[in-house]
Design a protein around this ligand. Structure first.
Ligand code: NIG
Ligand code: FE
Length: 430
């Protein structure tokens, strides 16, 4: 399939990185590489994609049109009055489930906390009941529709967790739905096994931990060996009243032993020392971190573990925000995710960036770095994705706006601003 593409006349190409950086920390998050049409250059800037879907050239219209004027491309896009950005990477989602919780939204608005609802048998347990009952086909259909909405908002790579099955059969059903989407959907997927998302009703933490390690993980490994599944990451909800630090350590270590990247929920509602644990275990990513300790920040700043911040969670649960400014200033690699789940029903990375700017006080440039190169780093894919550089895959968002910042500034209605979304050189949103 010929994926060659010529995008010309753009106002800006926001490369994010231009020196093959695998992640951006501290001040570098504010110094994004942006190629801008000069005011006297009426023609703008251009980008060339090779037949294999990788970026092969970036430059000024005058140079690239002279160089490729006679070349026949699979597709050409006139980006007059548009800006080109890297496709957004959503580093944390729970997109496979049946049973929404709109009724709980009303309870939370009336003052119930996340843990009040969890302890009363609602929350994750409510979704587990409905997801266990749902057929694999239905879960796949729901997932496919959600992924399509994400891509319309500019997401080109998304982490997808299981975690509403909590037993071997239902967790594998969820992973099979993710696998089918991984093969068929037009968005990139990083698959995460999250069987330790909650303690199943009637089980102790120890029994649930044993079930994950001795029953679910071995089954998943067999399916992976047979080529039926590809799973990238292992996750645990490390939280007081869910999985404690020792169970979390056991599960994550068992996952790492079978080759999975560690990518888990920690320090969300209570300080658990999860950041420190993640660094010790060599985690690719630790999510939430509203309650991270000073030692945790120090440990993460000295490591390559990525802090995946989730602005929708603190917003919807009215929690305190994670100390994002301090993390960035101390040198932690900060990324963003939508945390799409029945508690936080948000499929849009532009809205997530907007919330990160307003509520976590990120700058616009920091939010974009966090939603592209750093989110790709959280998933172990920043060597191929997350920036617009020669040699990387062409995952792009083209917006109709005079400056790229409009994608964050105009919140809640992307259909007006997003013109095209491109994955591996193919236009997936027209
Ligand atoms: O990341 N905190 C744990 N997991 C999800 C919520 C899942 C749910 O409530 O269904 C989160 O916010
Ligand atoms: Fe989550």
């Amino acid at each position: 399939m010929d994926r060659s593409l010529f995008v010309r006349h753009a106002k800006q190409i926001v490369q994010v990185c231009a020196r093959s950086e695998r992640q951006l920390r501290g001040k570098a998050m504010n110094e994004l590489a942006v190629l801008t049409a000069s005011s006297d250059d009426a023609q703008g800037v251009s980008l060339v994609v090779a037949e294999d879907g990788s970026i092969s050239d970036i430059g000024r219209d005058v140079e690239l049109i002279a160089k490729y004027g006679d070349h026949r491309f699979g597709r050409e896009i006139d980006a007059t009055d548009c800006c080109v950005l890297p496709g957004f990477v959503d580093a944390h989602t729970h997109p496979v489930w049946d049973g929404d919780r709109v009724h709980e939204f009303a309870l939370k608005l009336a003052g119930a906390t996340y843990m009040d609802i969890h302890e009363a048998g609602g929350g994750i347990a409510y979704t587990v009941k409905a997801t266990r009952r749902a057929s694999e086909e239905r879960l796949y259909d729901l997932l496919r529709d959600r992924l399509a909405q994400m891509t319309r908002a500019g997401t080109t790579l998304v982490e997808c967790k299981s975690g509403y099955g909590l037993d071997k059969e239902s967790e594998m059903k969820m992973l099979r739905a993710i696998e089918r989407a991984r093969r068929d959907a037009r968005v990139g997927i990083s698959a995460t096994y999250c069987g330790a998302h909650s303690i199943p009703k009637g089980m102790t933490e120890e029994a649930a931990t044993d079930d994950v390690i001795h029953v679910q993980l071995p089954e998943m490994r067999r399916m992976m060996a047979r080529g039926e599944l590809h799973v990238d990451n292992v996750d645990v909800f490390c939280e007081k009243g869910v999985f404690g630090v020792e169970s979390t350590r056991r599960i994550l270590s068992a996952g790492k032993e079978i080759g999975l990247q560690i990518n888990f929920h920690g320090d969300e509602l209570h300080p658990m020392g999860a950041a420190e644990l993640g660094v010790e275990l060599g985690a690719h990513a630790i999510s939430h971190l509203e309650e991270i300790s000073a030692d945790g920040i120090r440990a993460m700043a000295e490591s390559d573990s990525v802090a995946v911040l989730l602005p929708t969670t603190a917003y919807i649960l009215r929690l305190k925000q994670p100390p994002a400014r301090e993390m960035i200033e101390k040198g932690v690699i900060v990324a963003l995710g939508s945390d799409f789940n029945p508690n936080a029903y948000c499929l849009s990375m532009p809205l997530v960036m907007h919330l990160a700017c307003v509520n976590m006080r990120l700058t616009l440039a920091e939010a974009l770095a966090a939603a592209t190169i750093n989110a790709a780093a959280a998933l172990g894919q920043s060597d191929k994705r997350g920036s617009i550089e020669v040699g990387k895959m062409a995952d792009l968002v083209i917006i109709k706006a005079p400056r790229w910042e409009h994608i964050v500034y105009q919140f809640g209605c992307h259909s007006g601003v997003i013109k095209h979304v491109i994955k591996d050189g193919c236009v997936i949103v027209e």
